[in-house]
Design a protein around this ligand. Sequence first.
Ligand code: CDP
Length: 246
Amino acid sequence: MSDKPVKFIDENGLRLDGRRVDEIRPMTVEMGVLSRADGSCYLEWGNNKVLAAVYGPRELHPRRLQRPSEALVRYRYNMAAFSVEDRIRPGPSRRSTEISKVSGEAFETVVMKQFYPGAVIDVFAEVLQADAGTRTAAINAATLALVDAGIPMKGLVAACAVGKVDGQLVIDLNKPEDNYGDADLPIAMTEDGEITLLQMDGNLTADEIAKGVEMVRKGCEQIFAIQKEALLSKFGTTDEMEILEE
Ligand code: CDP
């Protein structure tokens, strides 16, 4: 028997976890949690738990992979074997390879790679506990780990999904909404509002996508505020130039 809920949104407009359609799950972040990494961040978002670690910039080996005029940014998304109900087989999968690729690209226009020719910046995102929205959670953590590592960036990146349940658009899907909803559209964007990741699973009309993107913008504003609060409490400023000078 399917455990699909009969209704996802009640007559008061509240979702199964009590949120409104445009509300994100509670998010907490802690930077600098790993002493061996150059930068790190532990993030909880609803029931998701993600750890991001950044190593670099450091010389890239083998040298034939080096880029003469910029750094190479490598992003590895990984789910711990114990992060979901069924054990995840260790090692890369089609899913994790795809997520790693698109998530790395979400930082392409933001990381100032031209400052480190021949170097590599490695970003590791480890999902310790998964509850829908792990790729977006990982991107939100990775952004802060990059700043923590002192990597110059044009700004922060935030990510959040929008989907559709009971015919209504909702942001930051929880597990039942992700499993049984009609669509899942993860999006990442820069502080300037440039979209750097957009994927879609399911069906949405062009109008719904446009409206969904605007809802995600509001969600990302909330995430940028949380990220900036973390920067403020760690560095006493949200200005990246001042953070880099520390
Ligand atoms: O996590 P995200 O929403 O970015 O990716 P997804 O592929 O849409 O997966 C949605 C959720 O399904 C994950 O967050 C996990 O909770 C769960 N999942 C799982 O239980 N086993 C997998 N092999 C992959 C995902």
